[in-house]
Each structure stands twice: as C-alpha cells, then as structure tokens.
Design a protein around this ligand. Structure first.
Ligand code: NAD
Length: 253
C-alpha cells in the first residue's frame, strides 16, 4: 500500500481536518477519527486526495472504545506509522469565575471532562497506537496549547491537561526512542476554529489578534504544516521538542 498509515484524532473539523488534508496531500493514507460527526468525517474522507482513507469512531473518554478504534484503524490501514493526538475539549467558557463561579460538583465535572479527553484520552490512544509501531517505528505528534505554559485562567483544567500532555510527550520521547518512535508536540496560541469562535468575536477578538505583530490568529493549515513536518522521516531529531507556534506574540509582552 502506498504512503504511510496515519491516525488523526478529532479530524472531522478544525486543526484535525487540516492535518488530515496535509497528510493525504503528501501521499499518506489517513484514518479520520471522530466522536459524533459521522457526516463531516465521511465528507472529509471522500474529498481527501489519494486512496485508502478510512473513518473510525470513538469517544476518547472511553478506554475500551479507544482500543477498538485504534485496532480498527490499524487493521484497515495495514498498521499505524503516525499518530496525531489532536482531539481536545476546552470545557465551559464564560463562567464569571472558574473557581468562585462554579460549584464543587461543576468543578469536578469540568476537570473530569477535560482531563479524560485531553490527557487520559491521548495517553490511551498513544498506548494502543504504540503497540502497532513497536516493530516498525513511527511518529507521534501531540497537539498541546500555549495554555500549558502561559496559564489558562478561564479554564484551569485545560491548561493543566495540556501541561500534562507536554510532559507525557517528553517522557514518551525518551521511552520510545529505542523503538524508532519519535514523539513531538506543537503548542499553538489562538487558531481560528470552532473552539475559539466565541473568543475571537468583538473587542475581545481584536485584542487577541493584536497580541501578534501580524495582527491575526493562526490558520489551521499553519498548525497542520508543522505537525506534518514533525511526523516526517526527517524529523527524528525533533523528538522531545515542544514547538511554540504563536506568531511572535510573546515577544511584545
Ligand atoms: P475543534 O473543537 O474544532 O476540534 C476538536 C475536535 O476534538 C472535535 O472534532 C471534537 O469532536 C474532538 N473531540 C473532543 N472531545 C472528544 C472526545 N471525548 N472524543 C473524541 N473526540 C473528541 O477545535 P480545534 O481548535 O480544531 O482543536 C484541535 C486541538 O487543538 C485541540 O486539542 C485543542 O485543544 C488544540 N488547540 C486549539 C487551539 C485553538 O485556538 N483553536 C489552540 C491551541 C490548541
């Protein structure tokens, strides 16, 4: 079969969709993972250039569904060479305050939702996919966030989950290198996707765009290009890195 076998989680929209397109354009075969967006996922699969792309489904908060999904992707693609842990959830926004505007039950519910998807979900997908890379090597790229190192005051669980993902990636870069598996991370700032629509409107959106001297936020394709390179055969030496994609935003503050 031509090209590499690539599993992209949360691929039906946003950054994941751009990542799936980048790999397909490069001649790879993609497993388009989604949770509850079968139509979008199928439409993407059908429009991807090249043959052999498949759609797979799982709620990443369900460890057994994750294992079945990864094994199905490997069976239908003929293995897994590349995993992109892209799926993620931000959690409720626009609470008056993340601590004092939440009951203890709500706090715990949000913590569980965000950590179970962004960190435990990614860890479980990784364990399952690594089984398929053990004999042939591979690439794992995690989609983290600038919230991991710059703080996420509106949704602390999100910042914590992404900091955990950074640390997971670094630990696994060490543990998996002897098997020819490289693990790298991208940490974007604001990207124009469904996740940030409310953030990016009105005055608040203008203030966010002004954080970068380019006076804009990232396009999903710009994140996908970095992910694609980090997953390339040439990028083994980038294993363990966290690539900060922020349009020079921090240089002004
Ligand atoms: P998005 O909301 O468009 O995409 C997230 C995808 O993850 C969706 O397809 C969603 O269905 C999937 N997902 C969420 N929870 C899931 C679960 N439990 N099981 C399976 N799938 C699940 O947002 P996006 O901006 O494209 O985000 C992609 C990744 O990029 C996320 O990890 C996000 O945290 C990260 N990120 C986004 C931004 C940004 O500004 N948009 C910035 C930094 C990092």
């Amino acid at each position: 079969m031509a090209g590499r076998a690539v599993l992209v989680t949360g691929a039906s929209r946003g950054i994941g969709r751009a990542v799936a397109r980048a790999f397909a354009k490069g001649g790879d075969r993609v497993a388009v993972h989604h949770r509850d967006s079968a139509e979008l996922a199928e439409a993407l699969r059908a429009e991807l250039p090249g043959d052999g792309h498949v759609v797979v489904r799982a709620d990443l908060a369900d460890p057994e569904a994750v294992r079945a999904m990864v094994d199905e992707a490997a069976r239908r693609l003929g293995g897994i060479d590349v995993l992109v842990n892209n799926a993620g959830v931000y959690g409720p926004r626009d609470l008056p305050h993340p601590v004092f505007g939440n009951t203890y039950d709500q706090w715990q519910e949000q913590w569980r939702l965000v950590l179970e998807t962004n960190l435990t979900g990614a860890a479980n997908v990784t364990w399952c996919a690594a089984q398929h890379m053990r004999e042939r090597g591979g690439r794992i790229v995690n989609v983290s966030s600038r919230g991991a190192f710059r703080g996420e005051p509106e949704q602390p669980a999100y910042g914590a989950s992404k900091a955990g993902l950074n640390a997971l990636g670094q630990s696994l870069a060490l543990a998996l290198a002897p098997y020819g598996i490289a693990v790298a991370t991208v940490a974007p700032g604001f990207v124009a996707t469904d996740m940030t629509t409310t953030h990016l409107s009105g005055e608040r959106g203008a203030a966010i765009r002004a954080q970068s001297p380019f006076n804009r936020v990232a396009r999903p394709e710009e994140i996908a290009a970095a992910v694609h390179w980090l997953a390339s055969p040439e990028a083994e030496w980038a294993s363990g890195t966290i690539v900060d994609l922020n349009g020079a935003s921090y240089l002004r503050t």
